[in-house]
Design a binder for this molecule. Structure first.
Ligand SMILES: Nc1ncnc2c1ncn2[C@@H]1O[C@H](COP(=O)(O)OP(=O)(O)O)[C@@H](O)[C@H]1O
Ligand SMILES: [Mg+2]
Length: 339
């Protein structure tokens, strides 16, 4: 199997980053980041454009030296042992350099020869199968859809059986169906690789990743499972209350309940903000509504998604940016960083 590795050697295939910094002249793109990525997992590297995702990935793949700090990939130092690292890492850069007039198979064969891959014929068939492109193997790359080209890029990254996969925003510019297909493939590859996957699309990490590392302006602002990050914010979070009474009246009543800092009428009910994370106002809210003689229709935490978590985490730093910038609503297709 492509990328299979000995699970008893798990530790060797981790990505370990310690106090990594990167300066471009006067500008500091990475301000001392530390994180790890584990085998058999998809680690999501999430952040807005310019956060430092590509810079980090280029350091991890040995294409750019760090200014200071350390990164160990598959047991090798990216700076001192960069050839060893490259042998064990499959890299899908932001802009995959594909030779458009080659066939998919021809391109993979060519890349395999450059890397000295053994049993190349078989290997090319294996990776084409893994990315579900066997039926288009003889097509010229320029005739393939963007999604298929991305899969050729992925096949290229898998050719030399790397234990570690580093994929830089692989879903950018794909249509919705292609995005779903690629995410499914990433999840599958995560099972037998250490996979680091960058994106600026927040919902994407919830769908694809086991762990998330959130980076913003060259700093790691949070990390954890999507579940943990969500729980962190839901704890002491806002509660939505619906009762069969006018929202204004409900809000006025709930504003007087102990532990409630604020009760505001919203479209679909009353949103209650507790005074602190230690307080769960829900039992008291339910009692107040029922005592008033109203019927309680709904009582639940206000849905928190990663968009909101991200907003929360970066609120101070980004106070001067517009919500649209922070929420990364625009899916940017133009990337500035060159290979
Ligand atoms: N070669 C470079 N020279 C100067 N600045 C760069 C270079 N590459 C990236 N940067 C800057 O470093 C910051 C991080 O960029 P990058 O790592 O590409 O972010 P991301 O991939 O998260 O969008 C950005 O402000 C970018 O303009
Ligand atoms: Mg980038």
């Amino acid at each position: 199997m492509v990328g299979a590795f000995d699970w008893t050697e798990r530790e060797r295939f981790m990505i370990e980053v310690e106090h990594l910094t990167k300066r471009y002249g006067e500008f500091t793109a990475l301000k001392g980041i530390s994180f790890t990525a584990n085998p058999g997992q998809v680690t999501g590297f999430l952040g807005p454009n310019g956060a430092g995702k590509t810079t980090t990935m280029r350091i991890l793949t040995g294409f750019t030296p760090p200014s200071s700090g350390r990164a160990v990939v598959a047991g090798y130092d990216v700076f001192n042992q960069s050839m060893d690292v490259r042998k064990r890492v499959g890299y899908l850069p932001e802009n995959v350099p594909l030779y458009r007039d080659m066939t998919a198979r021809g391109f993979l064969h060519y890349m395999g020869e450059i890397r000295g891959v053994k049993n190349l014929r078989q290997k090319v068939d294996d990776v084409l199968a893994r990315v579900a492109l066997l039926d288009r193997a003889e097509s010229r790359i320029r005739t393939l859809s963007k999604g298929m080209r991305q899969r050729v890029g992925l096949a290229q990254a898998l050719l030399h059986d790397p234990e570690v996969l580093i994929l830089d925003e692989p879903t950018i510019g794909l249509d919705p169906l292609q995005v779903l297909e690629l995410r499914a493939l990433v999840r599958e590859l995560g099972r037998d690789h250490t996979l680091l996957f960058s994106t600026h699309i927040l919902s994407e990490v919830e769908q694809v990743c086991d762990r998330v590392i959130i980076i913003d302006q060259g700093r790691i602002v949070a990390s954890g499972s999507p579940f943990e990050l969500r729980a962190e914010l839901e704890r002491g979070g806002r509660v939505l209350v619906r009762a069969d009474a006018p929202a204004d009246a409900v809000a006025a009543l709930l504003g007087t309940v102990p532990g409630v800092a604020l009760a505001e009428a919203a479209n679909d009910g009353v949103v209650v903000t507790p005074v602190s994370a230690e307080v769960d106002p829900r039992p008291e809210l339910a009692r107040a509504v029922v005592q008033q003689g109203w019927r309680l229709i709904e009582l639940r935490p206000v849905a928190v998604n990663l968009e909101e978590i991200f907003l929360e985490l970066t609120r101070q730093e980004q106070a001067d940016m517009s919500i649209a910038d922070v929420a990364m609503v625009d899916v940017a297709e133009t990337e500035t960083t060159e290979l």
